[in-house]
Design a protein around this ligand. Structure first.
Ligand code: PLP
Length: 396
């Protein structure tokens, strides 16, 4: 057995560090998924999870990774050959559009540069052109995990409404839910896709569809084949707290505690904590002299920061060095960003000292790899978190 002392820093943008109360809940003995104890747990998590999506509508919980919930969103609402509009914000939007095509949908993908979020005006223009109302759905990723760029979901809703278009709005919140403010009902989203392993602080293995009345109505007419992912079979039995097949009992035990923890802290405080960690990280990165992948400050992600290394330096070699020296995992660059960027996850269960610890590990790694940078980025983060930056600005 080899052992690296100290706790591993899991700073990829999900899966995230699972807090001890959640781990303890998951480690409790497995219970009968048809028994009364489970029925009570089922009702608790099925109503509790709605408060995280900010919806009164049903939230379907699958024993699947986020990819399963992507598929569920498409197969419940659409029919073979349906036209849908998707936006290339990065790797995950690309994977979702590939899935749509594999399922037999005609997905038009609005191209993007992987440094900006969705342009709601372009969506509005595409819908306005669609006089026959052939486009059945618009799909966007709220927080693009490959780039650290967010997209304005409310603006997309507005663009759809202004075009007077009936298309459904499907949104991926896999890396924003529980980290960045999200409002399924208020923003008029029809299907929200979520996952357990990021802001919800659980291990991977659960995923979610929050489903509007309009989406449920669309599902009645939709003919893409579906069985395991059929919402109605789930919703019918969920009313009593049960599932049509064996659910992930232990992960649901953990989910109950995770929801309680998020509310104990207060969702607004959770989001503010993420905002501060992200701002501290960006100040540190800028001090080092590196570019942030997200090119628009209004679209910065509070869940992760993707950092571009100068030409000729390997982000993967840096990550490998940091893993070996500091026992910390950072996210890799995906697709065309492979080896060019590394991603710092600052989401889920963490506090400020962990943020500065993460940045310290990166700064030591930069020095060890001989990557030119201005030392003292961690100090810039500390000045911000400790309030020194504000005090110094006031004194100046
Ligand atoms: N969508 C986004 C935004 C993601 O970040 C991920 C995974 O990281 C996925 C979808 C796919 O989810 P999973 O890997 O859980 O299947």
């Amino acid at each position: 057995m080899s052992y690296q002392p100290g706790r591993h820093f899991l700073q990829i943008p999900g899966p995230t560090n699972t807090p001890l109360p959640v781990l303890a809940a998951i480690a409790k003995p497995t219970i009968d998924h048809r028994g009364p104890e489970f029925g009570k747990l089922g009702l608790e998590v099925l109503s509790g999870i709605k408060t995280i999506f900010k919806t009164e509508s049903p939230v379907v919980i699958y024993p699947a990774s986020g990819t399963g919930a992507w598929e569920a969103a498409l197969v419940n609402t659409l029919s073979p050959g349906d036209r849908i509009l998707m936006v290339e914000t990065g790797w995950f939007s690309t994977l979702w559009s590939r899935m749509a095509k594999k399922l037999g949908l005609e997905a038009e993908v609005i191209p993007g540069d992987w440094r900006h979020g969705v342009d709601a005006a372009v969506i509005g223009a595409k819908l306005a052109e669609d006089k026959a109302k052939a486009i059945k759905a618009v799909c966007v990723v709220h927080n693009e995990t490959s780039t650290g760029v967010t997209s304005g979901v409310a603006a997309v809703r507005k663009a759809i409404d202004q075009a007077g278009h009936p298309a459904l709005l499907l949104v991926d919140t896999i890396s924003s839910l529980g980290s960045i403010d999200y409002r399924h009902d208020e923003w008029g989203v029809d299907v929200t896709v979520g996952g357990s392993q990021k802001g919800l602080m659980l291990p991977p293995g659960l995923s979610f569809n929050a489903v509007s009345d309009k989406a449920r109505a669309a599902a009645k007419a939709a003919t893409l084949p579906r069985s395991f992912f059929d919402w109605e079979e789930m919703i019918a039995i969920n009313g009593k707290g049960y599932f049509p097949y064996t659910p992930s009992t232990n992960l649901l035990q953990g989910l109950k505690v995770a929801i309680e923890m998020l509310h104990a802290e207060g969702l607004d405080n959770v989001f503010a904590r993420h905002d501060r960690a992200a701002e501290a990280t960006r100040r540190c990165v800028r001090h080092w002299g590196f570019e942030i992948q997200c090119a628009n400050a209004a679209e910065y992600s509070s869940a992760l920061t993707a950092v571009r290394l100068p030409e000729g330096h390997s982000a993967d070699a840096l990550r490998a060095t940091i893993l070996e020296r500091s026992n910390m995992s950072l996210g890799n660059g995906l697709g065309p960003l492979a080896d060019k960027v590394f991603r710092i996850g600052h989401l889920g269960d963490f506090h400020e000292l962990m943020v500065t610890g993460v940045l310290t590990g990166v700064e030591m790694g930069l020095a060890a790899c001989g990557i030119p940078h201005k030392p003292g980025g961690v100090q810039a983060a500390m000045d911000y978190l400790g309030g020194n930056a504000a005090r110094m600005a006031q004194a100046a």
